[in-house]
Design a protein. Structure first.
Lengths: 318, 258, 436
């Protein structure tokens, strides 16, 4: 029971982190029709910017300054890069964001080097918040949950209670109508791209200390974010939330409970071949759930695409 | 003497309805078009003419009702299936392959009709049937001199002519033209109308048109579509003098004409 | 369905413009003959073993890039997971190489076919659900499938060899006219043969009905449907064919390097071939060939000169996407019209005035980057660096200043000449006295 609670918390942390990334991505996709392949790269920039600021001004200033800085970079890229390519169509846009991801990774290596950098948890949070059956829950994890939920609530508030939010919600479903109503759509686009990437930046700022900050961190997370929004349904924020939490929990539980294929197969009635490494089916027999934990999201995505292409909550076809 | 059942009508629509969400666009259309007939569908903007076209040609499935092509049910079939059964359409907004040459555009339209299917063992350049067939079509639509230009650089009227050429190339015998003369000058319109007459000889023609001169000159029968329903069908003179039609639609246009 | 109605119009007078089925003319075949001769001659020009290795690498990348362009350029399908088809083809071939009884009866030149068939088989399975839609959804599926298979590779150790991959020995095949392929040069000619054959087949494919319709579906899927073709099936057959040729590239990789690892399946490799193909130009058949050659040179030669060569490639790629979406081939072919009109001479002056400052700017900016990189990342105490055969102290302000000035001045000069260049292009592309 206690282990379940620990895993729930861990999965929640991962899921909420994933949600911050996928929310921005699906928002950008809905509004502008472009799938930002470089989205995880802004997550990486968030971590690196925060690190750089924290070197001089401390972690908390990093948390405050880095996300808007990342958002600003994103907005500039939209204004001077993406907008140019927009006229050529969706495929060139996707290729552009792919090239952007490449360039950001190289630029990060150029400035900060190839090794992991010492972006650490602030001292004030370096304690154990509480323990569950001998497993200690670090205060920083609680902090991550707290920040993620706060951001989610802020997002909800802006989208449902403010005028800007209404416009964005309308544009999510009827972009042309919104333009016809006289709203400055290019400005809105720039703003949405900036906010979306800024959200990714926040995720980077808080995840950097635990998931380690290094030039490959975007690649590690990048594909999972796409998988998340496809499962949740392109364009649906609720879908992004549900899918993120789902993936967070599935991968955490799979890693934590060592379910072995061997047990499953012997349970059905097959007998284990001896010696195991000579058998042609050795891979199958030695399969454990931690091994496939990282693959499960992809399997889920393929299933969804094959049977329910709109995703769990999506309304729009791509 | 009992009447022998004739061949099924080229296109038959029965009880066709289409709603998008709550909006019912087509509210029950019945229409029967005989083989070789030239039929025009007219109506005010928003009447649902494009939707009707799209339903017949397979772009959307109907909400209810049936569409039959030469007696075979085609409702809900995919466009390529309907095309293979002998129905072809042109588009209101010119819909060609802008990056290919004019010749290539026409040649592609012949591929399926000549049985090439998904072949990867024929060279299209070497096929006499394909190339001569394409040349013939090009001559019919008078674009032989333009054959090697990318289709995207043609003038508007030339592109419309190419559009018609692509539509008839496959040998379909039910041709549906969506506003073929839209946006054309008087002389261009005459040219296109002559072209249409020439290439649709002995075929069934269904067209949506706004230009009344074209409609009355070309059509054997006219249907008037208003708010998703056909309020009158018949020969041009009958429709013209139908009071319902005059009231709903033709009134202003007629006065303008006379 | 009735035949095209030709019986009512009297047979038109045959105009001289009438096309006859195009025979294989010398003009058509010339590029291929030249290419073949070139391939034959290369080892005599560049004789060192490392040069041969580079050429092999280039050849394999060319086949892979051409197969990728069947999807992107010909079919309009952007795939982020094409590497898996090359990878699994390669893995199968290495396994065959290790299958002593069978391999001893097989002449090595035949091996890539098996790679091709296996790659095609995987493409058949994946394509059955991935080709329903083109565009973004196709890209996403390809990404997911690619990552899935790459991730599976560490689990299915029997086929993929886990962390170390699978290695084999190509010399245990049946000797082919006495050749056991012990030497790099022998492998080169085998690879060159397959390069010619694959390129020719892929070229011919683009001239078949399915190849033509792939172009049509790319440009206007809706219109293609109204020509009787299912856009979905056209994409499917293109996808399967691309998988076949990728598998052949994989087989050649196996022959050349005698080892395959997870790296051959992953997103980085898929992304790389996208970069290569796009840089070369997706709009022309020879584009990917140029891209593969250029990229291999950058990868092997430039990487020796500078540590930040990948940064330069990234900048080049992004610049290409934004300003030259036709790639290198597109830029080259832009000159075809002025050359045909005989007005290319108009371009020479503006080119000099714009390109020379632009090159100076690029070199200056690159130098500045190199100095900054050295300043930041060189080991402590190491302050000497070499750039363009000049050794200097990276901490001194002068070199950086020179580089910066060169960059800014070059940019400013190039910018100033740009309008004149644009005008020269316009003049060179319009016929004399003709309408613009």
């Amino acid at each position: 029971m206690d282990l379940i609670l620990v895993n729930l918390i861990d999965g929640l942390v991962t899921g909420l982190l994933l949600f911050m990334l996928s929310a921005g991505l699906t928002l950008i996709f809905s509004m502008m029709g472009v799938l930002n392949f470089a989205h995880a790269s802004f997550y990486m920039l968030g971590a690196y910017f925060a690190y750089q600021v924290s070197v001089y001004l401390g972690f908390w200033m990093g948390l405050l300054i880095a996300p808007p800085a990342v958002g600003l970079v994103g907005a500039m890229i939209e204004r001077y890069g993406l907008r140019r390519v927009h006229q050529y169509g969706h495929v060139p846009e996707l290729i552009f964001t792919f090239g952007l991801a490449l360039l950001i990774e190289e630029a990060v290596q150029f400035i900060w080097g190839k090794d992991q950098i010492a972006y650490n948890i602030p001292e004030v949070l370096q304690f154990t918040a509480f323990s569950i059956a001998g497993n200690s829950i670090p205060a920083y994890k609680v902090f991550m949950i707290f920040i993620s939920v706060a951001i989610f609530l802020a997002l909800l508030f802006v989208l449902t209670r403010t005028r800007v939010g209404m416009i964005i919600q309308a544009a999510l479903s009827y972009p042309r109508t919104v333009e016809a109503l006289g709203h400055n759509v290019p400005l809105i686009f720039m703003g949405v791209f900036g906010v979306g990437t800024g959200l990714a930046g926040v995720a980077g700022v808080i995840a950097g200390p635990v998931l380690s900050t290094f030039p490959g961190m975007a690649v590690v997370l990048g594909s999972i974010v796409f998988v998340t929004i496809v499962i949740g349904g392109l364009g649906s924020l609720w879908g992004a939330l549900v899918a993120s939490l789902l993936i967070g929990w599935i991968t955490t539980f799979a890693k934590s409970y060592n379910l072995r294929m061997e047990d499953l197969l012997t349970g059905i009635g097959f007998s284990r071949p001896e010696p195991i490494w000579d058998s042609a089916w050795a891979d199958l027999w030695t399969l454990t759930s931690p091994q496939i934990a990282d693959i499960l999201p992809y399997l889920l995505m393929i299933l969804i695409l094959a049977f329910r292409p709109y995703g769990l909550f999506g309304k729009r076809d791509v | 003497m009992t009447a022998t059942p004739g061949p099924p009508p080229a296109l038959e629509i029965a009880g066709l309805k289409k709603s998008f969400g709550k909006a019912e666009i087509i509210r029950g259309v019945d229409l029967s078009i005989g083989a070789g007939e030239r039929h025009a569908v007219i109506g005010p903007n928003g009447a649902g003419k494009s939707t009707l076209f799209n339903l017949i040609t397979g772009r959307f499935p109907p909400s209810s009702g049936a569409i039959r092509l030469h007696g075979h049910d085609i409702s809900g079939k995919a466009p390529f299936e309907i095309n293979r059964m002998g129905l072809s359409r042109s588009f209101q907004i010119t819909n060609i392959f802008p990056r290919m040459t004019v010749f290539e555009n026409v040649r592609c339209s012949l591929l399926w009709a000549q049985g090439y299917r998904y072949s990867f063992w024929h060279m299209v350049n070497r096929s006499r049937d394909l190339n001569e067939g394409a040349e013939d079509i090009l001559e019919q639509i008078n674009l032989t001199e333009r054959r090697d230009l990318p289709a995207g650089v043609l003038s508007y009227a030339e592109q419309r002519a190419l559009e018609i050429g692509i539509t008839i190339a496959g040998g379909a015998n039910v041709i549906m033209l969506d506003e073929p003369t839209a946006g054309m000058s008087h002389s261009e319109t005459d040219y296109i109308v002559n072209l249409i007459e020439k290439v649709t000889e002995n075929k069934t023609l269904v067209m949506v048109e706004h230009d009344m001169g074209v409609v009355f000159g070309l059509a054997d029968r006219i249907s008037v579509l208003v708010y998703g329903e056909i309020i009158a069908t018949g020969r041009p003179e009958e429709v013209r003098s139908n009071p319902k039609v005059q009231e709903a639609y033709l009134g202003a246009a007629l006065e303008a004409e006379h | 369905m009735t035949e095209p109605d030709q019986k009512h119009t009297p047979p038109p007078a045959r105009t001289p413009v009438r096309a006859r089925p195009a025979p294989v003319t010398l003009a058509n075949a010339l590029p291929w003959i030249l290419g073949g001769l070139f391939l034959l001659a290369m080892p005599f020009i560049f004789q060192s073993n490392s040069a041969i290795t580079i050429m092999n690498q280039m050849a394999i990348t060319i086949i892979f890039a051409l197969s990728y362009n069947m999807l992107l350029g010909q079919g309009g399908m952007l795939s982020f997971g094409h590497a898996v088809y090359m990878g699994v083809g390669g893995f199968l071939c290495v396994h065959i190489m290790n299958w002593g009884d069978v391999f001893a009866l097989m002449p090595l030149p035949v091996l890539p076919v098996f790679g091709g068939v296996f790659g095609m088989g995987l493409a058949l399975i994946v394509g059955s659900f991935s080709t329903r839609k083109a565009g973004t959804i196709f890209a996403m599926i390809s990404l997911g499938v690619g990552e899935l298979i790459a991730a599976c590779s560490v689990i299915i150790v029997a086929f993929f060899g886990g962390e170390e991959g699978i290695s084999g020995d190509r010399t245990y095949g049946l000797p082919f006219f006495g050749v056991e392929f012990l030497h790099q040069i022998e492998v080169y000619y085998l690879t060159a043969f397959w390069l010619m054959l694959s390129a020719l087949l892929m070229f011919l494919f683009s001239r078949t009905p399915i190849g033509r319709m792939a172009n049509a579906v790319r440009d206007n899927p809706e219109r293609a449907e109204f020509l009787g073709y299912s856009a979905r099936w056209v994409r499917f057959y293109s996808f399967v064919a691309a998988g076949f040729f990728a598998g052949i590239a994989g087989g050649l990789f196996a022959i050349n390097y005698e080892i395959l690892t997870e790296e051959n399946l992953n997103l980085a490799t898929s992304g790389q071939i996208l970069l290569v193909t796009f840089l070369g130009g997706v709009g022309f058949f020879f584009g990917p060939i140029l891209g593969a050659i250029l990229f291999t040179l950058l990868q092997t030669v430039l990487s020796l000169q500078t540590e930040i060569w990948q940064l330069y490639v990234g900048v080049l790629f992004l610049a290409t996407v934004m300003y030259f979406p036709g790639g290198l081939a597109g830029v080259l072919m832009m000159h075809a019209l002025p050359l045909r009109l005989g007005r290319a001479g108009l371009l020479v002056g503006p080119y000099i005035r714009t390109l020379v400052p632009a090159v100076v700017c690029a070199l200056g900016a690159a130098s500045a980057m190199e100095i900054l990189f050295h300043l930041r990342h060189a080991a402590l105490g190491e302050s000497e660096m070499t750039l363009f055969w000049i050794t200097f102290d990276s901490h001194a302000p002068l070199p950086l200043a020179i580089a910066a000035v060169a960059a800014v001045a070059g940019f400013w000069l190039a910018r100033r000449s740009a309008p004149a260049m644009a005008e020269a292009w316009h003049k060179a592309s319009t016929p004399h006295g003709g309408a613009a």
